[in-house]
Design a protein around this ligand. Structure first.
Ligand code: HEM
Length: 135
């Protein structure tokens, strides 16, 4: 399950990093071309969904032994709260992408861009917390 957790991590975090690495490329494009490209690369969201799903499914199994002592483990509680916030952000990004596909793409993509950066930051904090808790 820890191996699945790490595969989920690679898929999930990989999605956030891939989007961050597109930024310099997008900044060199014409506005229309950039919007088209940004819409196309949102296909990567599927990789992100696969990642977070794997993380949650494997995470629920992995947390079973820690569950009875959860109240004594504040860092683990913070990790779970951050995972919850991450899921909410992913839902907002998904909704924004859907709206962008229906029209006013640039406006909706601009709205979800900071959320994408936030998911990357929160994911890194979750990893730092997880390693501090379990090592
Ligand atoms: C419902 C969601 C999640 C739960 C319940 C959960 C729970 C756990 C548990 C119990 C472990 C320890 C496994 C062990 O060695 O016994 C673990 C490890 C880990 N988790 Fe999660 N996790 C979740 C989501 C996430 C997310 C979203 C991330 C990253 C963005 C993440 C990153 C990690 C990392 C890096 C480790 C390895 C820590 C280490 O072995 O040093 N987890 N997780």
């Amino acid at each position: 399950m820890l191996i699945l957790h790490f595969i989920g991590l690679a898929l999930g975090l990989g999605t956030s990093f891939a989007h961050a690495f597109f930024d310099p490329l997008i900044s060199k494009m014409e506005k229309e071309e950039a919007t088209k490209f940004r819409l196309q690369v949102m296909i990567l969201s599927k990789m992100g969904y696969a990642g977070i799903t794997l993380l949650i499914v494997s995470g629920i199994y992995l947390i079973l032994p820690y569950w009875p002592t959860l109240p004594d483990n504040p860092l683990l509680i913070i990790k779970l709260i951050l995972v919850f916030i991450l899921c909410i952000l992913i839902l907002f990004i998904g909704r924004g992408t859907q709206k962008a596909r229906q029209g006013n793409a640039a406006e909706h993509l601009n709205k979800i861009e900071p959320l994408g950066k936030l998911t990357l930051m929160i994911s890194v904090i979750i990893i730092i917390l997880a390693v501090s808790i379990f090592h």
